[in-house]
Each structure stands twice: as C-alpha cells, then as structure tokens.
Design a protein around this ligand. Structure first.
Ligand SMILES: NC(=O)c1ccc[n+]([C@@H]2O[C@H](COP(=O)([O-])OP(=O)(O)OC[C@H]3O[C@@H](n4cnc5c(N)ncnc54)[C@H](O)[C@@H]3O)[C@@H](O)[C@H]2O)c1
Length: 258
C-alpha cells in the first residue's frame, strides 16, 4: 500500500485500514495508541524493553498486534527492531515514538549517568528509529512519523534539565527530518502532552500534593488522559493531515498558555 490515500476514497474516515504501524514504547501512551490504531483498522508492531508490559498490552488488544523486546537506546538494537517490524508488517507506513523516562533532580545533582541515560533513551532512540524507518519511507515515497515530545520541550520546569533538553532536541530533530523528507511524501510531527496520568508520572503525582499543584497550572483545570492523545495521533497519521509537517502539536489543556 504505497502512496497517499485520499480521505474520500478510503473505506473509513481515518483512512488507516491495513496500514502497518510501528509503535516504540508500550507504556501508557504507546498502549493507548496501539488500541486506537487497531480500532482504526491498522496492523501493529509494539516494541519495548519491558517484556511483561508488552505481554500485558498485547493481551488487551484484540487485533493484529505483534510484540518485539528491544533496548531502543542502542542504535544497533533500534535498527534490528525496525528490520523485524518490517518483516512482520511488510511496510511500515506509520511510526510512533512513545519511549521516554524522566529523572527529576536539580541541575546541581545531575550525574553523568543521569544525563546520559535520559538522553539515550529519550533522544537517541527517537533518532535511530526515525532514521531507519525514514530511510524506507523516503524510498517508497510515503510515511507518517509522530514523536512524543512534551511541554517540557518549551517550558522551563525545575528538576527537568536532561528531560527538557531531550524534548527540545526532539522538536528540532523532528523539524529537520520534516524538511528533508517533505519532498518524498513523508510527514514528521511531534505531539507535546502536558501532564498525563501514566507510569511515567504516577509516583510524582501521588507525592506532596503535586497533583493539585499541577492541576492549578492547567487552564482546563485537570490533567490529561492517554485517550486524549490518541485522537491527535490518529489525525497526524491519517490522510487528513497530509499538508502538516514539522509541527509540534501541544495537547496540554492550555498549560503552555500560562
Ligand atoms: N505521561 C506524561 O505526562 C507525558 C507528558 C509529556 C510527554 N510524555 C512523553 O510521552 C512518551 C510516552 O510516555 P508514557 O507516559 O507513556 O510513559 P510510560 O512510562 O508509561 O512508557 C514509556 C515506555 O518506554 C519504555 N522504555 C524505556 N526505556 C526503554 C528502552 N531503553 N528501550 C525500549 N523501551 C524503553 C518503558 O518500558 C515504557 O513502556 C514519552 O516520550 C514521554 O516523555 C509523557
């Protein structure tokens, strides 16, 4: 299934029937995306380093979904995962990067290990996976790449230096990929969520009244849900977004307005 599908000629409004989707990261947001894309008629390969998490997610999904275990912070493993996913899907039409960690520490306490770990998992994995997937998409003349950024790529949250650096870098990396690959039918965009309840944020939200403090900073008055990220991801993967590339879509209840 090469090339663009016109929305009006697709059998469903989303135009995702039969599309091959690689989702890196089977956590809260990656799993929600996997379920939403299966619901939209796509075929999925999920990659994560956590086998138990992959098993739990694939059990909940009723549809074509295969799992691959890999440490995606290592370039060779990331490339191998793309190769294996391509063997399963035939072609990867859509790639969604949902891998990430955070280490909340003041700048003066960040160690070399902290810095390297966050940058390798958040940024290196996105670069090596997108490069590998992008190579085939450019050759075929079609592709959709969506990378999970964060409001931290724009705002200066204390205790977030490595995480914020990784997300700011993702935004710029995404823009360069978008510019280079636009002539080849490949769009590259980022989704930047505000605080959303997943394993990434759960412990922090439960401590020291953090949830209430953070909710007050969101004009909508609450935190986001993973389901509120799947609509934007489906849209950016669909034929309806064919003229949108290099964009950071904030899904944050207005957090970046404050
Ligand atoms: N949850 C939020 O509030 C929020 C807000 C802004 C941005 N984001 C971004 O969204 C993305 C997904 O976050 P989430 O909330 O679903 O987090 P999550 O913790 O639920 O999932 C992250 C997944 O990444 C996997 N992972 C970590 N290191 C890996 C590695 N080396 N190789 C392979 N997999 C690895 C974990 O096993 C986990 O399944 C991340 O990029 C995160 O920064 C999340």
């Amino acid at each position: 299934m090469n090339g663009e599908i016109e929305p009006e000629t697709s059998s469903s409004w989303l135009g995702l029937d039969g599309r091959g989707v690689l989702i890196a990261g089977a956590g809260g947001i990656g799993s929600a995306c996997a379920k939403a894309f299966i619901g939209g008629g796509a075929r999925i390969v999920l990659v994560d380093q956590d086998q138990a998490r992959l098993e739990a997610t694939t059990k909940e999904i009723h549809g074509p979904c295969k799992a691959i275990v890999a440490d995606l912070s290592v370039a060779t493993s990331a490339r191998m995962a793309v190769k294996q996913a391509t063997e399963v899907l035939g072609e990867i039409d859509i790639f969604i990067h949902c891998v990430g960690i955070n280490q909340r520490k003041p700048v003066l306490d960040v160690s070399e290990d902290d810095w390297t770990k966050v940058l390798r998992i958040n940024l290196d994995s996105a670069f090596w996976l997108a490069q590998s997937v992008g190579r085939s998409m450019v050759e075929r003349g079609f592709g959709r790449i969506i990378i999970l950024s964060s409001v931290s790529g724009l705002l200066a949250h204390p205790d977030h230096a490595p995480y914020a650096a990784s997300k700011g870098a993702i935004n710029q990396m995404m823009r360069v990929m978008a510019r280079e690959w636009a002539p080849f039918g490949v769009t590259v965009n980022a989704i930047a969520p505000g605080y959303t309840e997943t394993d990434l944020t759960m412990d922090y939200l439960e401590r020291d009244g953090n949830r209430a403090k953070l909710q007050k900073m969101v004009p909508v008055g609450r935190l986001g849900t993973t389901q509120e990220l799947t609509g934007p991801a489906l849209f950016l993967a669909s034929p309806h977004s064919s003229f949108i590339t290099g964009h950071v879509l904030y899904v944050d209840g207005g957090r970046t307005l404050v």
